[in-house]
Design a binder for this molecule. Structure first.
Ligand SMILES: Cc1cc2nc3c(=O)[nH]c(=O)nc-3n(C[C@H](O)[C@H](O)[C@H](O)COP(=O)(O)OP(=O)(O)OC[C@H]3O[C@@H](n4cnc5c(N)ncnc54)[C@H](O)[C@@H]3O)c2cc1C
Length: 72
């Protein structure tokens, strides 16, 4: 895998983590207090999407490698 491919994949991972966080958080907010209660699937979805920014390399680690691969 080339450095360019690694950079693009890292960028995609950060982007997906940020966008899913924003979308699912908005949906939870839309549900108000009920969205926070574990009985509702949105509460579980909110927690599950959080792993995007942690698992398989955190967003901070991705940003570090992106900057390095850009020669910054
Ligand atoms: C449910 C779950 C399933 C998992 N499954 C797998 C799996 O199948 N295979 C696998 O290999 N791993 C797996 N992991 C591990 C996962 O990849 C790690 O949790 C992840 O890489 C973060 O490492 P850490 O937890 O040690 O956090 P740490 O490295 O301790 O980081 C803690 C926080 O500090 C930040 N941080 C650390 N260093 C820096 C720095 N230099 N600059 C800026 N910020 C920094 C991180 O971004 C993070 O926010 C899983 C984790 C979870 C929670």
């Amino acid at each position: 895998v080339s450095f360019e491919t690694t950079k693009l994949i890292s960028m995609a991972k950060v982007f997906v983590g940020d966008v899913t966080s924003e979308v699912v958080d908005s949906v939870l907010q839309f549900h108000g207090g009920w969205g926070y209660i574990e009985d509702f699937r949105i509460a579980r979805a909110w927690r599950d999407q959080r792993l995007f920014r942690i698992g398989g390399g955190t967003s901070e680690a991705m940003r570090y490698y992106i900057a390095k691969l850009m020669g910054l």
